[in-house]
Design a protein around this ligand. Structure first.
Ligand code: AMP
Ligand code: MG
Length: 422
């Protein structure tokens, strides 16, 4: 049987980045950029003040001191109307352009304004020049201080973002700064979800004898959204060939089809047979993992397609925790590759110390839900009280999978174990 690492490798071999699409800036968060973006502006667009204060000529100050005439007030969004001549200065606000002649700004806290000669009119009209004198006492004064030169952040024509970068809030702001409200990005993978089983009823119904509610459908849709994909919920298919065929065909329209149930060894586990009939090519079936041994993976190419699979197809075991663990171990990394995150390190495990004694026995490596916390003594992990692949409640609060190798061992508190943070 394939190991988890080999199975992941086989999955990723088939997960090619999706084709880029034109995307509005408001839709771009979390996607991967698919073009180089150059700036159409200099930033800042002028030499600008980075504090509120007075724009001065450094040569007017002696030991950081001077008494200067205030010729005008420049607020952000306005432009200076006067050059600063010797003995004069301009009151200036953060972001406003430095007037000609000035080379430095003294912050307002190191000044005293006095003797308003022609105070602003009662209505506070800012267009009226504000004339007066200001006394400056800035012990640490250096010529050039508090001025951000034109183009210091970026120059027109500079490539400011390269393809492959993940778009977070900072990139969104930068794209806005350079005027790019439409960009090429890798789309979010569309992931169809099909829950199979004659025993299933939708979550809003009361199960009768022999029935259970469909928890995998909502679980997988949420997991897909959380992983940055677009879930396409196909609902429940019965364990009948016709129903499976129809729904699987519909699911093959998406980039990924995730089916839960029907891939184990039961008499109604018909999914692999329907895959074969619909030309979904099996890559592997069954892996050395607990929970999740029956995992099925294959690819489906559109008729006539020469390169690249058109859909990745996962048959997840029906037990909810098996489905969830297989989602984290295989579907999520595949989605990440489809979405263009080539660099992301997958299955990046860390070592943590067990907080309690733990008995492990099993013929397969077990991925056991756990609660991982950082402490002054390093990472600590507590395996949750979990009763196997049908016990979804035992997963509540888990933020990691604790990997126990096959075999039998009694672990003691403080023993180091490998964990995979989720
Ligand atoms: P299967 O893989 O179809 O043999 O299902 C294995 C177990 O998981 C059975 O006990 C099913 O009832 C259960 N199961 C299958 N699908 C779901 C689902 N969508 N929600 C909750 N339990 C499920
Ligand atoms: Mg079933």
């Amino acid at each position: 049987m394939l190991s988890v690492a080999e199975a992941l490798h086989r999955v990723l071999e088939h997960a090619a980045t999706l084709s880029p699409v034109e995307t509005a800036l408001g839709e771009a968060l979390g996607r991967v950029l698919a073009e180089a973006v150059a700036s159409d502006v200099d930033s800042p667009p002028h030499d600008k003040s980075i504090v509120d204060g007075y724009a001065v000529r450094g040569s007017d100050l002696v030991d950081g001191r001077a008494a200067l005439i205030v010729q005008e007030e420049i607020t952000a969004g306005n432009v200076p109307t006067l050059a600063v001549v010797p003995g004069c200065c301009a009151r200036i606000m953060t972001g406003a352009p430095i007037p000609e002649g000035a080379d430095s700004v003294v912050m307002v806290e190191r000044t005293q304004f006095a003797n308003a000669i022609a105070p602003r009119d009662a209505a506070g009209d800012l267009s009226k020049p504000l004339l007066g004198t200001v006394r400056i006492h800035d012990d640490g004064f250096k010529t050039g201080q508090n001025v951000m030169p034109l183009g210091k952040s970026l120059r027109r024509g500079d490539v400011v973002l390269r393809p492959g970068v993940e778009i977070t809030a900072a990139e969104i702001g930068l794209l806005a700064e350079v005027g790019r409200t439409q960009i090429l990005t890798i789309p979010r993978p569309r992931v169809a979800i099909l829950s199979t089983g004659n025993e299933l009823v939708p979550a809003n119904e009361q199960p009768t004898a022999g029935q259970i509610r469909n928890s995998n459908g909502p679980l997988l849709a949420a997991a897909v959204s959380a992983a940055g994909g677009v879930p396409v919920d196909l609902g429940i298919a019965r364990d009948h060939l016709d129903d499976l065929r129809r729904n699987i065909r519909a699911g093959l329209e998406s980039d990924v089809l995730v089916i839960s149930g029907g891939v184990s060894a039961g008499v109604l586990d018909l999914v692999p047979a329907v895959f074969a009939e619909l030309n979904v090519e099996q890559v592997f079936h069954k892996i050395n993992l607990k929970p999740g041994k029956p995992l099925w993976f294959g690819v489906h190419r559109m008729v006539g397609a020469v390169s690249g699979p058109s859909s990745l197809v996962f048959g997840l075991p029906g037990n909810p925790v098996s489905s969830l663990v297989c989602f984290h171990l295989f579907v999520k990394p595949a989605m990440s590759r489809l979405a263009g995150r080539q660099q992301e390190s997958l299955h990046a495990t860390v070592l943590a110390k067990l907080t309690r004694e733990f008995d492990h026995r099993g013929d397969r490596p077990t991925y056991h839900p756990g609660k991982l916390v950082n402490s002054p003594e390093g990472a600590l992990v507590e395996p949750t009280d979990w009763h196997g692949s049908a016990d979804l409640r035992g997963f509540v609060g888990a933020n990691t999978l604790v990997i126990f190798p096959a075999g039998q061992r009694r672990y003691q508190p403080g023993d180091a174990v490998e964990v995979l943070p989720l």
